[in-house]
Design a protein around this ligand. Structure first.
Ligand SMILES: *Cc1c(COP(=O)(O)O)cnc(C)c1O
Length: 397
């Protein structure tokens, strides 16, 4: 076996070492982690559905009827009636012709260019896209061209420069940027794709459930049809509170994925109970709209309160509200100090975010209330003041 200790030590020295904390309670605002009761601000369970009693019950009932494991891939005999119904419901919910379930968002993203593009084709991506989109481009034969974060002027130029007849062109972007919380300008991207003969694919992992009047996500919020956004991908383990993901679009798109997407074909279907829980969750996304209203109100409250802190806020109106610290080690120290004070906020460091932009990724949930935010801000205030003094002293900014 080759030596692995040097690499691990180097990572530790750079303040980039990654460690897991152990959760000993259901997901929620108050959790038990590493033996401690903590107030959590880092889950993507934006609506508080991961342990909602009705969704739990739907899962349990489905286990009673269908058992636990799905037993095989969708194309063998693992595609249950529950998966099938869930796909129909997702298509209807998102206003698309069809939808296809995947085991994870990572795998759904891998599927898209792999099934649709060949060697002569080209992919355009925002540089801050989620790692799974970047990996999707790496794992297929098409060429990848990246543009600067939200720089649509550069993108327009690149789209014009790379034009070959017979070539398929695919633009892939996060709809809500997962580490920044701000949104891509989807109407303009759709218009540019239309003008430049490219297909638009969006990853709505952080939009589904929370954006749009009924929670159908970024396309609903921005009134974008299947024609404007022909490939819609979203995950079911975040606001939906369960697990898995789906791709939605035309009948032909879905059939092509079924034929060619290796991350769909060569893997066991998720337990049918997952699909049952997702269906129950979608019902609640629609009927409990107060959760979206409350979340929006908490986001406003957080931004007003956080304005007085000695760190940079991002221009985000979503539940993802990162506080930029800069230095990786400082971000980690502040996160650890918060944990000691009974508050859990993860420090996100390079390479997940660009160098020099380590941050505390604060996420809000409909289950929080104002007093939770007050407690977070109260604990952050002295820590960040110390932080800005230290950075001034060491000349780091
Ligand atoms: C979480 C996430 C994924 C991956 O989804 P999983 O279901 O967790 O594999 C993909 N894209 C974005 C933008 C995400 O935030």
């Amino acid at each position: 076996m080759f030596d692995l200790t040097d690499g691990l030590q180097a990572r530790r020295r750079q303040g980039l070492y990654r460690q897991r904390r152990v959760l000993q309670s259901p997901q929620g605002v108050m959790t038990r982690i590493d033996g401690r009761k903590v107030l959590s601000f880092c889950s993507n369970d934006y609506l508080g559905f991961a342990s909602h009693p009705k969704i739990r019950q739907a899962f349990i009932d489905a286990v009673e009827r269908y058992g636990v494991g799905s037993g095989a891939a969708h194309l063998v005999n693992g595609h249950s009636q529950l998966h099938h119904d869930c796909e129909a419901m997702l298509a209807e919910f998102t206003g698309r012709e069809r939808a296809l379930l995947f085991s994870t968002g990572y795998m759904a993203n891998l599927a898209i260019p792999m099934a649709l593009l060949g060697r002569q084709d080209i992919i355009f991506q925002d540089k801050l896209n989620h790692a799974s989109l970047i990996d999707a481009a790496r794992l297929c034969d098409a060429r990848l061209v990246r543009y600067r974060y939200n720089d649509l002027t550069q993108l327009e130029r690149l789209l014009r420069e790379h034009q070959q007849t017979g070539q398929r062109r695919l633009l892939m972007t996060d709809a809500v940027f997962s580490m920044d919380g701000d949104q891509a300008d989807l109407p303009r991207l759709a218009e540019m794709c239309n003008r430049n003969d490219s297909a638009l694919m969006i990853d709505d992992a952080h939009g589904l459930g929370v954006l749009g009047a009924t929670g159908a996500g970024s396309c609903e919020a921005m009134s974008l049809s299947q024609q404007q956004v022909p490939i819609l991908m979203a995950t079911l383990g975040k606001a939906i509170g369960v697990s898995g993901a789906f791709v939605a679009g035309s009948h032909e798109l879905i059939e092509t994925l079924i034929q060619h997407a290796r991350s769909y074909i060569y893997t066991t279907a998720t337990p049918p109970a997952v699909a049952a829980a997702v269906m129950q969750s979608l019902d609640l996304v629609r009927s409990e709209s107060w959760r979206r209203a409350k979340l929006a109100e908490l986001i406003d409250y957080f931004r007003v309160k956080a304005n007085g802190l000695a760190c940079r806020l991002m221009p985000s109106t979503t539940a993802i509200q990162p506080l930029i610290i800069g230095d990786s080690e400082r971000a980690l120290q502040i996160s650890d100090a918060l944990f000691d004070a009974g508050i859990h906020v993860t420090a996100i460091r390079p390479p997940t975010v660009p160098n020099g932009t380590a941050r505390l990724r604060v996420t809000l949930s409909a289950e929080h209330d104002r007093s939770h935010i007050d407690r977070l801000i109260g604990s952050l205030q002295p820590l960040l003041q110390e932080n800005s003094q230290k950075s001034r002293r060491s000349g780091v900014d």
